[in-house]
Ligand binder design. Sequence first.
Ligand code: PRP
Ligand code: ZN
Length: 291
Amino acid sequence: MLATNGRMKIAIQRNGRLTEDSVGLLRACGLSFEFQKQSLYSPCANFELDVLAIRDDDIPEYVQDGVADLGIIGENVLLERHARVHTLTPLGFGGCKLMISVPQKSSIRKISDLKGQRIGTTYPTILKTFLKNNKVKAEIVELSGSVELAPSLNVADVICDIVSTGTTAKMHGLRTLCTVLESQAVLVANQEAIHDKKKRAIIDRLMIRVHGSQEASGKRYLMMNAPADSVPKLKRVIPSLKSPTVMPLAETGMVAIHSVVAEDVFWDVMEKLKQAGASDIIVVPIETIIR
Ligand code: PRP
Ligand code: ZN
């Protein structure tokens, strides 16, 4: 049993696909803590929260049982573990698919071809439901890891495993057949913690920061000078520019314009702004937007 010091805890994956983004999100929320993969606890210096770094598979139970009040976990693991937790928000990172893959040379082409096959997986619960929904009778071989090796070791004929970039499957001579589940990282909370007044207040404060950093991600703040008469033209260029701030400059006939622009259209917008008469364009990343 873990020692408790009365402070709230957020569980994140110690070492894996979600680790870097989980730490990044908490840092973007202004939480200051030292993160070392070998240490279990990292107290935040400036927020009522300790970061608990554990195996991702353990996170659902830890949050359900209240060992941690909050957790960042993939929907895939959450669903497989059937944990009773409250999902606060999807996080937009850790995107992956749970897929069935078959050896390159296999004659299996469609889901019904899986009939009678041995499917190796660490996701037996989700796979069972998928097979049932597709009316396919196959044998589920429950594995604890290194699933991609199962066909070559003849432990299974095909596998059902997480595919993110697709590198692992390719490296092991596997071709994907179908998607069982699409997943991303979510922020979850213990059911009792969200009904506890003191804990709820801290969760709410964290949520404002999470949403603020989510809204800010992928956005830039633009500042530029332009002739006042070019403002209507400039407004047409910036798609996200619903209500730009326009301020007169000391120089007659010139204005300063401030606005927000999305990262993916950034260069395109910049070029058009210059053509439309803007000058001295300054761009800064947005840290947080609070509404
Ligand atoms: C999954 C899966 C593969 C890898 C696939 O593991 O088991 O090993 O990711 O990624 P790729 O398509 O980018 O090569 P996961 O990150 O879920 O780790 P875990 O099973 O050890 O928790
Ligand atoms: Zn894991």
